[in-house]
Design a protein around this ligand. Structure first.
Ligand SMILES: [Zn+2]
Length: 613
């Protein structure tokens, strides 16, 4: 297995506590937040009240006259945008469907702001369903900090999607998207998207959260517990006797540095198991022990640390000291330093969903591209990383990305494909969104390995991490990193594969004997141009490669390890529909000619890719 145990513990996590508000080398900025919240949860009424002190720093060059908060729980009400969207979309998510519409007043969710001040001054605010529009009493100037003070009340909805109470597996509280959360403002302006059930985008900052709840409940989620020896519930240090609580409640105190969200879950039936990794990371597993869960969750404890090590080795060191896998929610969903997953699964399903949600820690958690705007950079890259992880830690696969390719091909054949650049809220169908975000997004990275070489792509992913962690990279930022790593121009790849639905289809048109030589005519049938790896296999079993980079790449990929020897390298200008190649061998010595035997080229029509003699 991969080994990171020798790295000094302190060095691993120092980065987390250093902010990166303005980063001169990119000409960009990011806002910063510092939340302090105190929450009281009533486990009988399922209602909670809280206070929030938010230090907000405007690092932008702009003067802000308004700010916006997300109030996600208001989506769980009949007639909400999420309800309308879920009922009118042609392929509804079965978890939602018309369930929001059927919620009674004590089953709905809500989140209301009772009072709000900025630096002690009253502010005007208006609740517009899932967004609180705030008109400021005084503008926030560039490079200045203000303090918002708020009180709020909420009701936890019956579990419909992601968060809620009393999940189908009996978990009492899955508390994600539960507090008034400042919307992000970046170089593309405000991102105050109403919640219709899709993706998220948050601001980096520190969270200090106190939750008071019935003492029988065990909690887990984002953040390090500050008072473990007073709380117990499996968090106490070894050998410590936890004092009996004096009242009916306990106040759990969590701190989470440099995260962009805060989730918690709670249930009186949770079993809590800790695993301390050799590199100092503590992995928590919380689940309700039943016949369906106990055996597999006990085994899961062995796989989560392995996955953390593999992902750290391949994509960058996991920067927090803790990760929690918690039974809850309605499938699998990623949160800062944690995940909520459903628990009653076979072992493969359980390890698979853990690996996927954990891999999000790299792309959603730390790189944190705007997932609403670039869902493929989160879900796609996470699918890519978790497929590799599963192949490494669970069952080796010769082509871990095969499922992503077939998902993309199905999307193309469905005729419902929309460009990957579509905002996740605005895809016409759920299936076009998920196939583009998950499958085509994963293909994007695997195919990047075809274009620039797998090794260079892998190095590029580390460089991407080192350049852009905690900075919200966009599509162009990734492309620039890969250009720098490979020395090739790659803007065309982004423009075709991300912004359009044009597809790749190359074919071998003709093979003609020319005495001692053989002429091969290739044809570009699809609208998207790509470099071509053409492998010729001779009757004696040997292989050679013809490499045809696009002229617009302004260079060639370095030969990949294990690839056949290149006998010819020639640019293929994208304007040219056909390309003739002449090789110095008699046609009757050739056994087969094939475009990309590695199958990384996402060629939507592969019957014409190989000729056998
Ligand atoms: Zn995911």
């Amino acid at each position: 297995m991969l080994n990171i145990v020798n790295k000094p513990f302190l060095g691993l996590f120092l980065f987390v506590i250093t902010g990166t508000a303005a980063f001169a080398q990119t000409g960009r900025f990011q806002q910063s937040v510092d939340y302090k919240m105190d929450v009281d949860m009533n486990v009988t009424s399922n209602q909670y009240s809280g206070t929030q002190v938010l230090k907000y720093t405007n690092n932008s060059p702009d003067t802000l006259h308004k700010v916006f908060y997300h109030l996600y729980f208001n989506a769980f009400q009949p007639g909400s945008m999420m309800d309308e969207r879920s009922r009118s979309i042609s392929d509804p998510d079965r978890r939602v469907g018309d369930r929001i519409n059927a919620l009674s007043p004590n089953e709905i969710g809500y989140l209301h702001v009772n009072s709000l001040t900025m630096d002690g001054m009253k502010v005007d605010f208006e609740e517009v369903e899932t967004i609180l529009e705030v008109t400021l009493p005084r503008p926030i100037l560039p490079n200045s900090e203000v303090e918002f003070n708020m009180s709020f009340i909420g009701q936890v909805p019956v579990q419909i999607r992601r968060s809620g109470r009393d999940s189908s597996e009996g978990v009492r509280y899955s508390m994600s998207q539960w507090y008034p959360k400042m919307a992000n403002y970046d170089e593309q302006g405000w991102h105050s998207n109403p919640y219709v059930g899709r993706e998220f985008y948050g601001i980096w900052g520190d969270f200090d959260v106190k939750i008071t709840i019935d003492k029988s409940y065990t909690l887990g989620g984002t953040g390090y517990l500050q008072n473990p020896n007073q709380i117990g519930h499996g968090y106490e240090d070894e050998g410590v006797t936890v004092p009996k609580p004096t009242g009916e409640t306990l106040t759990w105190h969590f701190k989470a540095p440099m995260v962009h969200d805060f989730m918690w879950a709670a249930d009186p039936k949770y079993r809590h198991e800790k695993v301390k990794m050799e590199n100092g990371i503590t992995v928590h597993h919380l689940f309700i022990p039943t016949e369906e869960t106990t055996e597999n969750w006990e085994k899961l404890k062995e796989y989560t640390p392995k996955a953390i090590n593999f992902l750290s080795e391949h994509f960058g060191q996991y920067p927090y000291k803790q990760f929690s896998v918690i039974q809850g929610g309605d499938g699998g969903m990623e949160y800062a330093m944690s995940t909520l997953i459903t628990g009653g699964r076979n072992l493969r399903g359980l390890v698979g969903v853990m690996a996927h949600e954990l891999a999000h820690s790299w792309f959603h958690g730390v790189l944190a591209s705007n997932e609403a705007l670039y869902p493929w950079m989160d879900e796609g890259f996470t699918s890519y990383a978790s497929s590799l992880t599963m192949s490494e830690i669970y069952s080796p696969s010769e082509n871990p990305l095969a499922g992503s390719y077939s998902g993309y091909y199905r999307l193309v054949k469905s005729g419902k494909e929309e460009p990957m650049s579509t905002h996740s809220d605005h895809y016409h169908t759920n299936s076009a969104y998920s196939s583009a975000a998950y499958s085509k997004g994963a293909v994007f990275l695997e195919q990047m390995g075809y274009i620039i070489g797998a090794d260079v792509r892998d190095k590029g992913m580390h460089r991407y991490w080192n350049t852009w962690k905690f900075k919200h990279p966009n599509a162009n930022d990734l492309i620039r990193v890969m250009e720098k790593e490979s020395g090739l121009e790659l803007d065309w790849y982004k423009e075709y594969f991300v912004y359009t639905t044009k597809t790749i289809n190359y074919g071998i048109k003709e093979v003609n004997p020319q005495g001692d030589h053989t002429d091969i005519i290739l044809e570009r049938i699809g609208l998207m141009p790509m470099p071509i790896d053409l492998v010729i296999t001779y009757k004696d079993g040997s292989q050679e490669m013809v490499y045809l980079p696009l002229a617009i790449m302004r260079g060639e990929k370095t030969p990949e390890e294990g690839a056949p020897k290149r006998i010819l390298t020639e640019d293929w200008p994208w304007t040219n529909i056909t390309k003739k190649i002449t090789i110095d061998r008699k046609m009757n010595s050739i056994k087969s000619i094939e475009i990309d035997p590695s199958k990384r080229l996402a060629d939507v029509e592969q019957e014409n890719n190989k000729v056998e003699f």
